[in-house]
Write a protein that binds this ligand. Structure first.
Ligand code: ATP
Length: 238
């Protein structure tokens, strides 16, 4: 399978503190990577480094280039939902998507925006002001915003946080469909391991800034045996 991203010996320090240490991994097209680790393990730092929000102290991040319809090479595009999401509460879901599309030069035709709203199950509330949305609805809008322009790589930092069980279920199902629908690779961090286990196809496990494991779901199933996923994880990071 084709790599969309390769990371070699990536290190990030804040002052004297190394928060990500010589991290290396390859990311393959169409997979959903579950990014797991203790608080402060470096998950958000890794996602910020990948999307260029912060610079590494050492190491390299290599993105695949892809062929455009007119056969030119273009760098992959990245959509990201990291920390707080910028939306306009006084505007509707539709208007928020349109505003981002206009600002960034993405296709923001009515059909494209409606298709995005449909993908995240917000078509019925397209004309509702976002300030009146529930947390789950806001999170689904955040995913739609990150999906604008159909990125090849989607980074989602704890998108299940703060959602009730129904919201978690809805967002998880939306995420699970994205790779087939848009041929997008996803890196998804979460502390809700059983939910992550339902959706991820590979797992990257960090502990205190170091890579502990990069494992496919099938190998993880073999390795954990009868242990529930959270017990396997706790045993691993001990
Ligand atoms: P959590 O699960 O709690 O969200 P995380 O795995 O996402 O944690 P990071 O947010 O990447 O962890 O943080 C890794 C370490 O880097 C932590 O010790 C954090 O305090 C530190 N850190 C993050 N951002 C900064 C910053 N801007 N300045 C200084 N230290 C930082």
């Amino acid at each position: 399978m084709e790599n969309i991203l390769e990371i070699n010996n990536l290190t990030k320090k804040y002052g004297n503190k190394t928060v990500l240490s010589s991290f290396s991994a390859e990311f393959k097209k169409g997979e959903i990577y579950g990014l797991v680790g203790n608080n402060g393990a470096g998950k958000t730092t890794l996602l910020k480094l990948i999307c260029g929000l912060i610079k590494p102290n050492d190491g390299e991040i290599k993105f695949a280039s892809i062929k455009t319809e007119d056969k030119r090479d273009k760098k992959i595009s990245i959509g990201a939902l990291i920390e707080s999401v910028g939306y306009f509460p006084e505007m509707t879901a539709y208007e928020n998507l349109k505003a981002k599309g206009l600002c960034l030069g993405y296709d923001c035709s009515k059909d494209t925006i409606n298709a995005l709203l449909n993908k995240v199950g917000l078509n019925d509330v397209a004309k509702k002001r976002v300030g009146k949305f529930s947390t789950g609805m806001k999170q689904r809008l955040a995913i739609a915003l990150a999906l604008m322009g159909e990125p090849e790589l989607l980074l989602l930092d704890e998108p299940l946080n703060g959602l009730d069980p129904q919201g978690i279920n809805e967002v998880r199902k939306i995420i699970a469909k994205i790779p087939q629908e848009l041929n997008t690779t996803i890196i998804l961090s979460s502390h809700i391991l059983d939910e992550l286990f339902k959706v991820a196809t590979r797992f990257i496990i960090l502990k205190d800034g170091k890579l502990l494991k990069n494992i496919s779901k099938n190998d993880l199933i073999k390795e954990k045996g009868d242990l529930p996923i959270d017990e396997y994880y706790l045993k691993l990071i001990k």
